[in-house]
Design a protein around this ligand. Structure first.
Ligand code: THU
Length: 286
């Protein structure tokens, strides 16, 4: 099957990082996929400074102040292909300020604004309370399922994993496993396998890291990602029990980084990929 066209006509008047286009493209693909938009599309995306954004806001909305994102849906002729969606104009200067206020990364704020703009393009709005609820719900889902990790610093995670693995208590198997859970406050929580002479009493590193995180009062939505390293030459080693626990204690789209021995290989996956069709509390209802 032919791959659909998802074209962004990108103009960065602020000379921000060129790599941002890769992020915008990933978001565009993700949103079109989740909204089940299967046609060919083209969208104009411009990054402007706050003065230009103020002028545009004044001209088109009669609001004489800069704003984070402006959206201009195009009244398209549906016979045309690719379909012209119109244009989105984002002000990175304001995104930066807002990111600081909300204490999250700049790219996370840009992603939020772009998703917000795209939803407007597809007819969602937040004027009436009921519509706003639908739009904000969808916006959160799209952001939370985005296959992009705004938070995990892999260099830091590897350093913490090394430390965690060195603490492994594995006198019986001699198989050392380290795990690290990253929470939204950017703290890394360590875990390692703890074995017992009564073998089934052994607890895996991933569960020790997760239980220790919970024991400090963190909850499911505080968790960003999990990493683990083993002595195996293979990646993808999390056991079935840990997958079950991860699926209940972590957000389902949270990234999981699994390293082989000595960090030679890495598998980047997600909780829901590791355990599709997981048994959940909902399944307990008769
Ligand atoms: N182990 C883990 O810590 N995590 C896994 O996901 C797989 C297995 C530990 C348990 C035991 O101490 C050793 O590895 C051998 O099974």
């Amino acid at each position: 099957m032919k791959k659909p066209i998802h074209q962004i006509d990108y103009l960065d008047k602020t000379k921000h990082d060129k790599k941002l286009l890769d992020l915008f493209q990933l978001i565009f693909d993700h949103v079109l996929d989740k909204l089940d938009k299967r046609e060919d599309y083209v969208l104009s995306l411009t990054l402007v400074n706050s003065e230009e954004q103020r002028e545009l806001n004044d001209k088109y909305r009669q609001i004489n102040r800069p704003t984070d994102v402006l959206t201009f849906p195009y009244e398209q002729d549906y016979d045309e292909s690719p379909i012209d969606l119109g244009s989105i104009i984002i002000c990175p200067e304001i995104a930066k300020k807002q990111a600081k206020e909300f204490n999250h990364p700049f790219e996370r704020e840009l992603a939020f604004l772009f998703i917000h703009g795209l939803l407007h393009i597809f007819g969602y709005d937040h004027i009436k309370e009921k519509d706003a609820e639908v739009m904000y719900d969808l916006q959160n889902t799209l952001l939370n399922t985005l296959p992009y990790d705004f938070y995990t610093d892999l260099t830091k995670m590897k350093k913490m994993l090394k430390e965690a693995q060195s603490m492994s208590i594995a006198p019986y198997s001699k198989f050392r496993v380290g795990a690290v859970v990253l929470t939204k406050d950017l703290k890394y929580h360590l875990g390692f396998n703890i074995e017992n002479a009564s073998y089934p009493a052994t607890v895996c590193a991933e569960r020790v890291a997760l239980f220790s995180t919970y024991a400090q009062g963190y909850k499911k939505d505080d968790i960003i990602s999990l990493g683990c390293i083993t002595d195996s030459k293979n990646v993808g080693t999390c056991c079935g029990v840990c997958r079950q626990v991860m699926s209940e204690l972590m957000p389902s789209h949270a990234p999981v980084y699994i390293f082989s021995s000595g960090f030679k290989d890495m598998l980047k996956t997600t909780v829901c990929e590791l355990l599709p069709f997981a048994f959940t509390s909902e399944d307990l209802t008769k």
